[in-house]
Design a protein around this ligand. Structure first.
Ligand code: NI
Length: 223
């Protein structure tokens, strides 16, 4: 083949590949990305001893189980590589126990909105977009309910203090086309709270570092 012809042939061969690459165009300044998926909050609670009437009870501590809900991310790209992101979710519900005292003290709900600055190191043309982020979390506890067994045992009233803390995350988007993506992410959120109740009229309190790992997998769409 002549040199000209081979260049044309090469061009024709490369064209579909270049087209495919441009279809997977990811994350540019001004993009709005919405992600939705299953999100699990897995507390790795580190609890102080329960204090009743001012005295610490040796061997006691609060426990929390994990919960999975619908997670949402709303992200806005400030530049091709830097975005802001809000984490939202349907309310999480956890059972609360007290080691050595009562298996199920009650249950709580919470919402942990988190606002993060997120950095995407890859070029905007890459289909695979890993990212790191750091931000601020506010966790709002509500619907604190004592269990019937706890009420029967003489507990009365139950509350958890809301928490401000830092959050860090790792995640990745994989672009399926120029709008849809699959996403996986993990975060660590610093959530510290104090639980309060009373037992036979004596005030009971416990400091708990909830500090959960938060996992989410789902789909995203870029506007
Ligand atoms: Ni903490």
């Amino acid at each position: 083949m002549s040199r000209t012809l081979s260049r044309i042939t090469l061009g024709l061969l490369l064209a579909p590949a270049l087209l495919a690459a441009s279809i997977a165009q990811a994350h540019q300044a001004g993009d709005i990305i919405v992600r939705a998926g299953a999100i699990t909050v897995d507390p790795r609670e580190d609890s102080g001893a329960v204090e009743a009437g001012g005295a610490a009870l040796a061997g006691t501590g609060a426990t929390l189980d994990s919960d999975t809900q619908l997670g949402l991310n709303f992200a806005y790209m400030l530049t091709d590589k830097l975005g802001v992101e809000l984490l939202a979710a349907t309310p999480f519900s956890h059972d609360v126990g007290v080691t050595g005292v009562i298996n199920k003290l009650g249950s709580i709900k919470h919402l942990p909105p988190t606002l993060s600055l997120v950095y995407y190191p890859m070029d905007s043309g890459a289909a695979f977009q890993p990212y790191v982020g750091a931000g601020i979390n506010y966790t709002w506890f509500f619907d604190e309910d004592l269990g019937s067994a706890a009420e029967g045992a003489g507990f009365d009233g139950f509350s958890l203090e809301n928490s401000w803390g830092l959050a860090a995350q790792l995640g990745a988007d994989y672009m399926l086309d120029d709008r849809w993506m699959v996403n996986a992410q993990v975060r660590y959120i610093d959530i510290d709270t104090t639980g309060k109740t009373s037992l036979n009229g004596a005030p009971v309190r416990v400091d708990v570092d909830v500090d959960p790992w938060v996992y989410m997998v789902g789909l995203g769409y870029k506007f």
